[in-house]
Ligand binder design. Structure first.
Ligand SMILES: Cc1cc2nc3c(=O)[nH]c(=O)nc-3n(C[C@H](O)[C@H](O)[C@H](O)COP(=O)(O)O)c2cc1C
Length: 484
């Protein structure tokens, strides 16, 4: 079947070479000054080499408010650095590049958090102007488009939120809560002109108690589409309302349940947030609008991504952590080298680094590496003479696997661990950096088979190991209860 993922896609005057989008992902690589530096350049040049159709540069502030390390676009002084980055990315790839621009409210270690209800009308006006000026700078810097951040815990998302109970024309009712985000969109449009693509990232579901769900956000999507947004990138959660407070630390909006929904970890199903994105897309289409929808959230396998496009779940596939783990993923998929991809294991170490204002890196990268390792080797690693000698045993209520270390010309990056249950297909259940793994999700009554294989920095895989089978009996019911 033809690949939809690698069929070019047009957004206004911009053509994407494929339908993979790298959604914004802060790197914490810049200094407090907010200027592009070498580390940021290296990170995005790797992404550009990887060939995603659209690369959304991490959130950059439209205003000067204090924050941890964060890019800025709040002054013309930031334009040369951004222009240089954009120019370099364009020079080595046909990825289209758009910065995500953000306004956030004040927050401090003392626990103080500014709310939308605290803003004066003049401050609201400045937010609008900040976005418009930043978008103009994005165009001047040579970017192909701009994305307005209206998701998660930040200002415009807080205006859209059901929690926005401002008593004036900017709060309470949906029409009022939409007012500032729409004013921002129109001000940006006026600043960049009709031909410059402007996307919006917002929440399909706030994932908080009594928060906005798709019942309401589909109307938000419709309004943005009616006002000429060029794409709708849907995210979920990431709110302050359910964040877990740590004494002496600023509140991090990804620590509660809504944070889990934003960056679904190992315990979530694949495409955990797809249903709301698909519903919104359908709703917008049913009103005669073709605005493209980007769905993101634990989408990791190519056949799955293709089926989402084919079934109309989304027009574009967002992949953040999978591209952090392997920036070459789009190119490998395009070249039919799915087997060479380094797979994200959704351990969310990147998220906790972000939380602690530390440089965002991938857990899978070699210790100390600031960027994904690079290799063009095509020589697969090999098991030692005696083979992989995979052994599996049930110990302490889990399946414990050990095997012999593999070797390769450039060393070993990691091992895929695959499992089949009751004679079914093998699927990957994890990755290990050293030759051991504990499967804590194996349960009694199911016959498990395991196999492993090593990969190097280029993603070359060796032969599979021997297969080992383990079986726990179903644990007998606890005898001696009190009968209640
Ligand atoms: C370290 C990190 C930083 C992120 N920074 C941003 C950001 O700046 N703006 C944004 O809209 N989303 C941000 N996100 C959310 C991602 O864009 C994406 O929606 C989320 O990781 C789920 O997609 P995935 O499963 O493909 O990783 C960030 C995620 C991570 C892990």
């Amino acid at each position: 079947m033809d690949s939809l993922l690698f069929t070019p896609f047009r957004i206004g005057r911009m053509t994407l070479a494929n339908r993979i989008v790298l959604p914004a992902m802060v790197t914490r690589l810049c200094g407090e000054d907010g200027f592009v530096n070498d580390a940021i350049r290296d990170r995005y040049l790797r992404f550009a080499e990887g060939g995603a159709g659209l690369i959304v540069l991490e959130a950059m502030a439209v205003h000067r408010a204090k924050s941890g390390p964060l890019l800025r676009i709040c002054d013309d002084a930031y334009v040369p650095g951004l222009a240089d980055l954009c120019h370099r990315m364009h020079a080595i790839s046909d990825s289209r590049v758009a910065p995500q621009i953000i306004h956030f409210l004040k927050i401090s270690r003392s626990g103080y958090r500014q709310r939308v209800g605290d803003l004066t009308i003049d401050e609201i006006y400045q937010i609008r102007e900040g976005y418009a000026a930043a978008a103009r700078r994005a165009r001047e810097a040579g970017f192909d488009a701009v994305e307005l951040h209206m998701a998660h815990a930040y200002t415009l998302s807080s205006f859209l939120s059901t929690r926005n109970q401002r008593p004036d024309e900017y709060g309470r009712t949906l029409e009022n809560r939409l007012r500032l985000p729409c004013e921002v969109l129109l001000a940006v449009r006026a600043a960049v002109g009709g031909d410059f693509p402007v996307g919006i990232r917002f929440l399909a579901d706030e994932c908080i108690k009594n928060g906005a769900t798709v019942e309401e956000t589909k109307y938000v999507a419709l309004r943005f589409a009616q006002l000429g947004a060029d794409w709708l990138s849907l995210s979920n959660g990431g709110k302050f309302e359910d964040a877990v407070a740590k004494p002496g630390e600023p509140l991090y909006p990804y620590t509660g349940y809504s944070g889990d929904r934003c960056m679904p970890g190992r315990n979530y199903t694949d495409a955990a947030n797809l249903a709301s994105a698909a519903e919104i897309r359908l709703f917008v289409r049913s009103h005669g609008l073709e605005t493209p929808v980007v769905a993101t959230g634990k989408i990791r396998a190519r056949p799955h991504a293709e089926s989402i496009l084919r079934d109309g779940g989304a027009d574009l596939i967002g992949m953040a952590r999978p591209l952090l783990a392997d920036p070459e993923l789009p190119r490998k998929w395009r070249d039919g080298r799915e087997d060479a991809v380094i797979h994200c294991v959704y351990a969310n170490i990147c998220k906790s680094l972000d939380e602690n204002f530390k440089e965002v890196r991938c857990y899978l990268w070699p210790a100390g590496a600031r960027q994904a390792p690079r290799s063009s080797s095509r020589t697969a690693p090999a098991w030692p003479g005696g083979g992989a000698a995979l052994a599996a045993a049930i110990e302490r209520g889990r399946a414990e696997l050990t095997w012999a270390a593999a070797s390769g010309p450039e060393g070993i990056y990691g091992y895929d661990v695959e499992r089949s249950q009751d004679g079914g297909e093998f699927t990957k259940i994890g990755a290990a950096k050293t030759p051991r793994f504990h499967d804590e999700r194996a349960i009694g009554g199911i016959r498990y088979r395991y196999r492993v294989r090593a990969y190097d920095f280029a993603g070359n895989r060796c032969e599979y190991s021997n297969i080992e089978t383990v079986y726990f009996p179903v644990a007998p019911a606890h005898a001696g209860g009190n009968g209640n």
